[in-house]
Write a protein that binds this ligand. Structure first.
Ligand code: XLS
Ligand code: MG
Length: 346
């Protein structure tokens, strides 16, 4: 019997990537946005995530009326396809103006650019109809710690959030922490940092977070704990599921690919917190392996969703009464084996 569940799934156009890495060129031909939207729909996904310039390409060269026109045209296409725009995220790491950080750049002109670009992102979100802005603070950090003041940077991040909160009274901000890459050390490496920062803003209720599995693993944390922590604050507004083999570059592997038990525990945490019941989406921030052939280009997304749903079944079928008994008896050895046997199946 098919599993009954409430989960809705999405991904971003960047998740159908062409395989370029720092050592080599693309290995699959670039595809237009329309093709990506068609794939998303064809494979039964519910929503798409956007960077601001995924929605309105070459955003920095466009005027406000042009941005409005293009965003509204995109909204019509999404409506026609029956696809919801989950989030919009300002791409604050590509421009020459964000070479030294965006909100925490040492150059006031660059900080001004970052705020103005974020306002454009908010406008685009409003045109598309979503109230959720994701902030991956890619370059808010340093290559060497003497280059910026951490205290000042924290104040600048709060100031930037306050400017955005004042600019539009309806949107919410989900901070997506990551401890490193592209920076040596980032200023907002974990969910604890993100939620602490939220408390310093003028409207803490409108500032929450987004957990990406790989980013938590890169911070040496268990993503399931990050989920429980964020949910204890009622602030997990989106999640990027993927996987990561230890402390390397950000791998964005298929969900569960590296560590099925860590994936299982994330699903258990989402289940016990009722994630998704307020309309939150499960986003799969995964990339194809570089060797992937064009004809298998969607497999990492479809497989990640399948693994997620299989793990929902596993989470629900787990013998919780037995587990409670073993916990009460402090028999963690047997609990460990119970989990392993359950994951291995018959
Ligand atoms: C990169 C991030 C990025 C965000 C959106 O590591 O995961 O893809 O999810 O800006
Ligand atoms: Mg992500």
């Amino acid at each position: 019997m098919a599993l009954k569940h409430h989960y809705k799934f999405c991904f971003g156009p960047w998740n159908l990537s062409e395989g370029q890495d720092p050592y080599g060129p693309p290995v699959r031909p670039p595809q237009a946005f329309d093709w990506k939207l068609e794939q998303l729909k064809k494979h039964g996904f519910d929503a798409m995530m956007f960077h601001d310039d995924d929605a309105v390409p070459e955003l920095d060269t466009k005027t406000e009326p042009q941005i409005r026109k293009e965003a509204k045209a995109l909204k019509r296409r999404l409506d026609d396809a029956g696809i919801w725009p989950e989030i919009v995220a300002p791409r604050l790491w590509f421009s020459p103006m964000t070479i030294d950080g965006a909100y925490t750049s040492n150059d006031p002109k660059c900080r001004k650019y970052a705020i103005e670009r974020s306002f454009k992102c908010i406008d685009i979100a409003r045109h598309l109809g979503t109230d959720l802005i994701v902030l991956w603070l890619a370059r808010e950090g340093t290559y060497l710690r003497e280059a910026k003041s951490g205290r000042r940077s924290t104040e600048l991040l709060v100031e930037a959030l306050d400017r955005m909160l004042a600019y539009d009274k309806t949107v919410r901000f989900a901070i997506e922490p990551k401890p490193n890459e592209p920076m040596d050390h980032a200023y907002v490496p974990t969910i604890g940092h993100a939620l602490a920062l939220a408390q310093l803003t003028s409207q803490p209720r409108r500032v929450g977070c987004l957990i990406e599995s790989a980013h938590a693993i890169l911070a040496g944390l268990d993503p399931a704990d990050e989920i429980d922590f964020a949910c204890a604050f009622g602030k997990l507004w989106s999640i990027h599921l993927n996987d990561q083999n230890g402390l390397k570059f950000d791998q964005d592997k298929p969900f569960g690919s590296n560590n099925l038990r860590v994936a299982f525990n994330q699903v258990c945490a989402l289940e016990r917190n009722g994630y998704g019941k307020q309309g939150e989406y499960v986003a799969l921030d995964v990339h194809p392996f570089r060797t992937t052939r064009v004809e298998h280009w969607m497999a990492h997304l479809v497989n990640s969703r399948r693994t997620f749903l299989r793990l929902v079944e596993k989470a629900r079928a787990f013998d919780k009464a037995k587990a409670r008994q073993l916990v009460a008896n402090r028999d963690y050895q047997a609990l460990d084996q119970l989990v392993l046997e359950h994951l291995m199946g018959r």
